[in-house]
Design a protein around this ligand. Structure first.
Ligand SMILES: [Cu+2]
Length: 144
């Protein structure tokens, strides 16, 4: 038998399945990667938090980075006002070196232990991802 389209190869189908699984895992919080400290049984859970108004008009919220997750990982705040993110590192590692908010062009170097903070500029309504440097551990900032 010559010519004609070959049937889909099983290997390719497996790859597509893996890609779909990876996309699903990423959508709920993280890609489980045994080689990195980004895996946690708790990653699939949404932990919500709401920023409170600070004295100077800047909103504030504290995030804990621990065991490859952020708590909270769904942060609600008002649009149009700056937001101070105070990040407490309870357990360091590859996923707790930097915190990125790509759509707001913000990055924060984290200490091995202790806390640091970053003031995000006032931003429009919408959802903004925040992630570890490897973009594995994720959270979302919801401004409304
Ligand atoms: Cu990571």
């Amino acid at each position: 038998m010559t010519g004609g389209a070959a049937p889909p190869r099983p290997a390719r189908r497996r790859l597509l399945g893996v890609a779909a699984g990876v996309a699903l895992a990423a959508s709920v919080g993280a890609v489980l990667s045994p080689g990195l400290r980004c895996s946690s049984a708790d990653l699939a859970q949404a932990r919500e938090g709401t920023a409170r108004a600070g004295a100077d008009g800047t909103q504030e919220i504290a995030l804990v980075a621990e065991r490859g997750e952020y708590r909270p990982n769904v942060v609600h705040a008002r649009a149009g006002a700056p937001l101070r993110l105070r990040v407490l590192v309870h357990e360091g590692g590859a996923c707790a070196r930097r915190l990125l908010v790509p759509d707001l062009h913000a990055a924060l170097d984290l200490p091995d232990a202790g806390s640091t903070e970053l003031v995000l500029p006032a931003a429009a309504r919408g959802s903004y991802l925040f992630t570890c440097e490897g973009r594995m551990v994720k959270g979302v900032l919801v401004l409304d």
